[in-house]
Write a protein that binds this ligand. Structure first.
Ligand code: 13P
Length: 334
């Protein structure tokens, strides 16, 4: 492992003013997104949609540091035959790849999941590196309910994340470590805080056990936020202050950057929260975005599968990317 090169890539992924586009929806998830805009989820439509994003010159060259791809996309070519990976590189952004293979039920823990995909991961990483990927992503999912998460689920997921991260670094690929605590329930922000703290503490413990170099990774966490169905929704400033306090309590300063997931927040909320955190400032790591839905909801709607709408889709994407770019330095204004 060349740690200095890994650290350079990690820092480039969190360049001030820029953040990451998560365009790594699995075939099942992109179908759900396309269903909502009444577009068939064919291989060509998925390619056309993502090509539209990666050819958004303003967004890609000014506000996007890297793009997380799904396996299908990393091997696809644009309509004119250029590999999609090349479009990303030509815009000055770094290609990345989602390498987990989704979740499975965790035995003895009803309702809980563990992320899988470690088998043969070393071989897959080698092929992705040859294709141009310089970072990867693995997402663990932790749900909050009356008796969950169990410590069993937290440990199993943290262990897999750490094994994945070590394999990435051995392949000279920067791991994005994503332990996502879902915001789906009716729990309040303090319950989210407490669970996220347990999850992050265990994750960093496992990363140490697997000897992962913290300087060569990026953390992708959820924010401390009220559950979607909680009657009391914490305001922006509370989300920002609690998230910062939480992260300071468990994320070592050696980690170069933290790139949040949006997790079902509206696109403006996701921007406002990131901006408020960066306005607090004085942080040991760079804080930016690695949004999927909060960057893509608007362009998906504007595009709606029609070639004539490509410029409108690109404008919508560039606008959200610019707003989040501003938020990554605390310069966004509502
Ligand atoms: P969202 O921002 O839509 O949560 O997606 C980010 C992501 O990559 C989830 O794994």
């Amino acid at each position: 492992m060349n740690l200095s090169d890994l650290n350079k890539i990690a820092l480039a992924m969190v360049t001030p003013g820029k953040g990451i586009l998560a365009a790594d929806e699995s075939s099942g998830t992109i179908k759900k997104r396309f269903d909502a805009i009444k577009v068939d989820s064919t291989e060509d439509n998925r390619r056309d949609y993502r090509e539209m994003l990666f050819r958004s010159q303003e967004a890609m060259s000014k506000y996007i540091s890297g793009v997380i791809l799904y396996d299908e996309t990393i091997w696809q070519n644009a309509k004119d035959g250029t590999p999609l990976v090349k479009l990303i590189e030509q815009a000055g952004a770094i290609p990345g790849i989602k390498v987990d293979e989704g979740t499975q039920a965790l035995p003895n823990c009803p309702g809980e999941l563990v992320t899988v995909g470690l088998d043969k991961l070393a071989e897959r990483l080698k092929k992705y590196y040859e294709r141009g990927a310089r970072f990867a992503k693995w997402r663990a999912v932790i749900d909050i309910g009356p008796r969950i998460p169990t410590q069993t689920a937290i440990r199993a997921n943290a262990h897999a994340l750490a094994r994945y991260a070590a394999l990435c670094q051995a392949a000279q690929i920067v791991p994005i470590v994503e332990p996502e605590v879902l915001m789906d329930g009716d729990h309040d922000i303090d319950r989210c805080y407490e669970v996220t703290q347990r999850v992050l503490n265990r994750t960093f413990q496992e990363l140490r056990v697997q000897r992962v170099a913290l300087e060569g990774m990026i953390l992708k966490p959820n924010m401390a936020i009220s559950g979607k169905k909680c009657p009391k929704q914490a305001p922006v400033q509370e989300v920002a202050e609690k998230t910062i306090r939480l992260l300071k309590s468990c994320v070592p300063a050696a980690v170069p950057g933290i790139a949040f997931l949006s997790g079902g927040q509206s696109d403006e909320e996701a921007t406002a929260h990131l901006d408020a955190m960066n306005k607090i400032g004085n942080l040991p790591w760079r804080l930016t975005f690695s949004y999927g839905r909060a960057l893509q909801a608007a362009p998906q709607k504007a595009w709606s599968g029609k070639p004539d709408n490509v410029p409108a889709g690109q404008r919508a994407f560039s606008h959200r990317a610019r707003m989040n770019g501003l938020a990554s330095t605390g310069n966004w204004e509502a």
